[in-house]
Structures are given as C-alpha cells and as structure tokens.
Ligand binder design. Structure first.
Ligand code: CNA
Length: 242
C-alpha cells in the first residue's frame, strides 16, 4: 500500500463513527484454514469423494448422503485447533476503542476467539449444532468429531448450525447486518471473493461513506470501492489501524 493511500484511509478511520468489517474465508487463510476460491482453495482441489465440494456443501447432499457429508465435514470444514491470526487480532484490538461491527461469512469462530464482541455470523458456525428432530442444541465440544452424530434424547440427526447451499440465511442475522451496513460511514471488505449472495449484496445497502476492499485477488466488487488494496489482509489492517 502506498503512503498516500495509507494516510488517507487512516484519516478517514480517525473521523469514522461507525465502521463495519465484512469478511470472508481470506481472513482465516493465515490461520491454516483454506478458502474456497483461491488458486489453492478447496474448489480448485480435486474432490476425493468424486463429487465437487461445492455440491457436498449443499442442503440436499447433507440429508441424502449424510455419512459422506460428515466424513468430509469433520476432516475438511472443522478446525478446532486453529488460532486467530493478525487480521483477527487487529480487528479485535480496533473494536476496543472504536465502534466496529464484524459481519463474517466465516464459520470458524476465530473472531470471537481473538476477542471481538460484535460479530454477526451470516453463515452460522461450526461451533454450534442442533437436533433436526427435537431442536436440542449442542456445542462442538459435546460431539465426537467423527461419524454421524445423533441426539442422545430422541435419536434424531444432529446437524451443524451452518448455512448450506440451497438454504436461507438466518433472518435476524441478515436483517441486523443490513441495518449496520446501511448506517456505517466506513465499510472495510476483506478476504472475500464477493461471490456468495446474499452477503455479497450487503455493501449496496450502505447509504454514504467510504468503501475499502482488501483482498489478495481482484474481485467483481472492486469497481464499486473507493480504495482497492490487493494485499495480505492482516498486514494491511495492521498498517491502517496503527
Ligand atoms: P472465497 O470465495 O474462497 O474467497 C476468499 C478470498 O480471500 C479470495 O478472493 C482470496 O484472494 C482472498 N484471500 C485469501 N487469503 C487472503 C489473505 N491472506 N489476505 C487477503 N485476501 C485473501 O471465500 P468467501 O468468504 O468469499 O466465500 C464465502 C464462503 C466461504 C462462505 O460461505 C464461508 O462459509 C466459506 N468458507 C469459510 C471458511 C472459514 O470459516 N474460515 C473457510 C472456507 C470457506
């Protein structure tokens, strides 16, 4: 990032009253969790199940091929030992003395682990589960991280509280996200290809203010932003929040 850009954004952040960070899988790649659409992302690796990973993450696949879904899910989607990286930590520190809300597409719980309090998880979390028959809730710690989990009370299938392809987003979460984005005076979009809707449409709700995008690769949303930074997110956030 050149010095002029850095100084301008720092000045904007200094004046900002409401900042929203809208993030995706690229926030957590430095924690060892692969994203989907990078060259080394999950969608660019040949599926060892003979079914594209994108299909395996769908509502129908979860219910129709539950055993294979969970084989894949436990081995590839859950990272209980992952640690927050400098992007998560920079955001958590910034929230301590600024009005910041994080809207994340991630399901890895790392923002909360870093200490962020205001986090809207648009696609759910691998830390939460529920029984599809009786609704009983479970945490990740309560489940064996292998095989198909069943409810100890009613025997129903337990599923992750994660939005699969073909499922609607949690209504309260997305409505709150629309509200905070519409009131933001600075929106920082980071580590997301901006391909997954409806989250990718959230920035359109911003009424006025500055949009900054920080992503390693160009995205279709770059042309709508005031500042476009193609750099590592953690490094860029540390520089901007310094
Ligand atoms: P995506 O489509 O895989 O895009 C990620 C983007 O991040 C890419 O454009 C990369 O260039 C960029 N990127 C990767 N590393 C960095 C970095 N260090 N600094 C800056 N940019 C970087 O992922 P999206 O989040 O856009 O897609 C939404 C999906 C991904 C959601 O449904 C998530 O649930 C899902 N996902 C989440 C996780 C997680 O929770 N950690 C991991 C993989 C996928």
């Amino acid at each position: 990032m050149d010095d002029k850009t850095k100084q301008e954004i720092r000045a904007i952040l200094k004046e900002a009253k409401r900042v929203v960070f809208l993030g995706g899988a690229g926030v957590s790649t430095a924690s060892g969790i692969p994203d989907f659409r990078s060259p080394q992302g999950l969608y660019n690796i040949k599926s060892k199940y003979g079914v594209p990973y994108e299909v395996m993450l769908s509502h129908d696949y979860l219910y129709e091929n539950t055993k294979t879904f969970y084989d894949f899910y436990w081995s590839t989607m859950v990272y209980p030992n992952a640690k927050p990286n400098k992007a998560h930590i920079a955001l958590a520190n910034y929230e301590k003395d600024h009005n910041l809300v994080i809207v994340t597409q991630n399901i890895d719980g790392l923002h909360q682990l870093a200490g962020s309090k205001k986090v809207l998880e648009a696609h759910g979390s691998t830390y939460r589960y529920y029984c599809t028959r009786c609704g009983k809730k479970f945490s990740l710690d309560e489940l064996q991280h292998e095989g198909v989990p069943h409810c100890p009370d009613c025997g129903g299938l337990i599923r992750p509280d994660v939005t699969m392809y073909g499922e609607p987003l949690d209504e309260d979460t997305i409505l709150t996200a629309v509200q905070v984005v519409s009131m933001a005076d600075v929106l920082i979009i980071g580590g997301t290809s901006m391909n997954v809707y409806p989250v990718a449409a959230l920035p359109d709700y911003m009424k006025s203010g500055t949009k900054i995008i920080i992503n390693l690769e160009p995205t279709a949303y770059d042309r709508h932003c005031d500042y476009v930074i193609h750099e590592d997110l953690g490094t860029a956030l540390e520089e901007l929040f310094a």
